[in-house]
Ligand binder design. Sequence first.
Ligand SMILES: O=C(CO)[C@H](O)[C@H](O)COP(=O)(O)O
Length: 229
Amino acid sequence: MTQDELKRQVGQAAVEYVLAHTGAGVVLGVGTGSTVNCFIDAMAPHRDRFQGAVSSSLASTQRLEHHGFTVIDPNAVTSVPVYVDGADEIDPRGNMVKGGGGALTREKILASLADVFVCIADASKRVPVLGGFPLPIEVVPMARALIERRVRALGGMPTLRANPDGTAFVTDNGHQILDVRGLTVGDPLAFEQQVNAWPGVLTMGVFALQRADMGLFATATGIETVRFG
Ligand SMILES: O=C(CO)[C@H](O)[C@H](O)COP(=O)(O)O
């Protein structure tokens, strides 16, 4: 089975989970990425069942609107029953690295509005310890060099994320992203809190405070459902 087929399979599994665990008229929390795109596409026939969706990126907003969903400002919402999003890595406790698509700040905001965070991924994203995937940190541009020095002091190797044409990648919030290689994240919660405290860091890509409550993982033999304690 190809990776695209696995993504479609887990997108469909997330639709079934959401339909089984939410009532009509709720607001759906929607993340970002190629796996979430499969979820959005599979959910499209059910759009009228929802009041609307809150979205973690301009890309997901466009896709939701293309399918006829009403996209709601998160400021108008006090909570969502479920937030569905992908991950770049997820450990056995549901801690994740996210932000490969650059949407980490809005993703963390929506995750913190959610009663249940459902992570959808192909099973290759499951790792014993976070840190293999370059860790994204969204930074205010004037603090980039300061944060690079702090990352290097911890033993990390930061790279400024670039677009294919070589220009600096700019997030939906107008900031830049440092991708940090070479750090093993032994204590995700402590590491998230440490880096969050650096002036100029908008969001770092470890999701320990907002870890997943459950995971739906696509394997060659079907969907594996994991509930994190
Ligand atoms: O955090 C994210 C975007 O900021 C994505 O959830 C993560 O990068 C996984 O994406 P994909 O489903 O394309 O592998």
